[in-house]
Design a protein around this ligand. Structure first.
Ligand code: ZN
Length: 161
């Protein structure tokens, strides 16, 4: 069990402040002329950004809280069962929200934290351009994640040949 002070330091470290994935996205898309509603509680999963006219929502997912299958996700060594259950529930909620949104004809985009920070991050301008294009386009789904070149498979998957 970690004390409150330690835990809040951990949270601050994990979530950051100005570098929060959601804030990076919000600033970047706003700079590209897109306008959105924030955290619309009327929609499943309370999406971070909602573009009503484009029938699109965007989530900025932290790799830890949403249990991403990537090197940024490291299960805590203390209370592993607690965290496994908690993160498992988060993933369940994510899946249900995505399905409910798609059923209601929303286009659903997810940008993972590892695409925005850490060793696998993408060039920020390219990432933001891709998001903005998706928002104004027609594609039903967007998922952007970091690229970890030490993983041969993911490097190969991005080889245009
Ligand atoms: Zn990730």
């Amino acid at each position: 069990m970690v004390d409150v002070a330690t835990r809040s330091r951990m949270m601050a470290g994990i979530r950051g402040k100005d570098t929060k994935p959601e804030m990076i996205l919000r600033r970047g898309l706003h700079a590209r002329g897109l306008r959105y509603r924030l955290h619309d509680g009327r929609l499943p999963g309370r999406p971070d950004m909602v573009f009503p006219a484009k029938r699109a929502v965007l989530f900025a997912h932290g790799c830890f809280w949403h249990g991403h299958d990537c090197p940024l996700f490291r299960p805590p060594s203390t209370r592993p069962e607690f965290w496994a259950a908690k993160i498992g529930r988060n993933r369940e909620v994510d899946a249900q929200s995505t399905a409910a949104l798609a059923d209601a004809f929303w286009r659903v985009g997810v940008v993972w934290e590892c695409a925005l920070k850490g060793p696998g991050r993408l060039p920020l301008d390219l990432l933001l351009d891709a998001c903005a294009e998706w928002v104004v386009g027609e594609e039903p789904i967007l998922e952007i994640r970091g690229i970890f070149t030490n993983h041969v498979a993911s490097a190969g998957a991005h080889d245009p040949g």
